[in-house]
Design a protein around this ligand. Structure first.
Ligand code: NAG
Ligand code: NAG
Ligand code: NAG
Ligand code: NAG
Length: 286
């Protein structure tokens, strides 16, 4: 094989891999779409958050909170050109039970459970419920008395706080009596610094995520790296990076999810430089 043929093949391979790497990076680092307030990016679209509805959740559109403690599940039923307040808000929010079923003309009627109790999930407004459907607890509360389902004596569960504003919560909606050590998880927006202890009856200890970041609910001891900055191009949080910041100190990361990135994307210059370096050394070698 001639020397020039080898060089041409190598050049082709190099440019192909460079393009592939660039495409991959672009795909991974494509910022989420810009959404309206109270909406979140979901698979490249903007969807109104749970409990909200809107005809257009993109930037320039708007998402409105469901009225009178009604609730909407996020997706096609709460966001889209055909959606209305009534069609979207056909459930009752956490902490409420259904006392009047929803119809095509009206959302359901939702009554407060009381004593920090709640159904385990927001209830579909299709069926009227008794107060004993409030057989679980609100996030951040554990159960100290079960709901009473005895006819004529129906009562909601009784729930006690895991520690006001401590961030601790049971890892799933409690349906049985427990003690404060059943508060063994940290709520979204927190990370866990000490586990709950069933012997000395302590709740998990949770710390707030840094400004402009959040976390999912989690049940394991961790550190600040559990929290993710809203800005897709912000530096990753960890032992050496405890606040959300951009690589360039002249930039400011976004403070809410879904907006345009405040930090600039890493450049592809490096990859191209390296590829050129390899090509040139190969040319010189042959
Ligand atoms: C809430 O708790 C208080 C005190 O335990 C009790 O008197 C009241 O009946 C409870 N309310 C409901 C709706 O269960
Ligand atoms: C429900 O209420 C009835 C009547 O007050 C009482 O006898 C029963 O023990 C209660 N059950 C529960 C699970 O609290
Ligand atoms: C729970 O607390 C007890 C008493 O302070 C302690 O002896 C035990 O090691 C703790 N357990 C865990 C899993 O930390
Ligand atoms: C209870 O257990 C937790 C977790 O192990 C520990 O941090 C705390 O110091 C213990 N408290 C007491 C009073 O022993």
């Amino acid at each position: 094989m001639s020397r020039s043929l080898v060089i041409i093949s190598l050049l082709l391979i190099a440019s192909f891999t460079t393009t592939q790497a660039q495409q991959q990076q672009q795909q991974q680092q494509q910022p989420p779409p810009q959404c309206a307030q109270n909406a979140s990016p979901q698979q490249g679209n903007c969807i109104c958050n749970p409990g909200y509805w809107g005809t257009n959740a993109n930037k320039g559109g708007s998402c409105t909170q469901c009225a009178s403690n009604t609730w909407s599940a996020p997706g096609q039923t709460n966001t889209g050109p055909q959606v209305t307040a009534i069609s979207a808000c056909q459930a009752c929010a956490l902490g409420y039970y259904v006392t009047g079923a929803g119809t095509n003309q009206a959302s359901p009627t939702c009554q407060a459970c009381g004593n920090n109790s709640s159904p385990a999930q927001p209830s579909a407004g299709t069926t009227v419920q008794k107060i004993s459907s409030c057989n679980s607890c609100m996030p951040g509360f554990f159960m100290n008395q079960v709901a009473n389902t005895t006819g004529g004596s129906e009562a909601p569960a009784q729930c006690t706080t895991c520690g006001a504003s401590s961030g601790a919560t049971p890892s799933s909606a409690p349906q049985q009596v427990g003690d404060i050590s059943s508060c063994n998880a940290c709520q979204p927006g927190y990370f866990m610094t000490a586990a709950a202890n069933t012997t000395n009856k302590t709740a998990a200890t949770c710390s707030s995520c840094p400004t402009s970041s959040s976390s999912q609910q989690q049940a394991n001891v961790g550190d600040v790296s559990v929290c993710k900055c809203f800005d897709p191009f912000a530096l990753l949080l960890g032992a050496n990076q405890k606040t959300c910041a951009c690589k360039s100190s002249s930039e400011t990361p976004i403070s809410a999810p879904g907006g345009a990135a405040g930090c600039s994307a890493p450049s592809f210059g490096k990859i191209i430089q390296i590829s050129f370096g390899i090509i040139i050394s190969l040319i010189l070698y042959f």
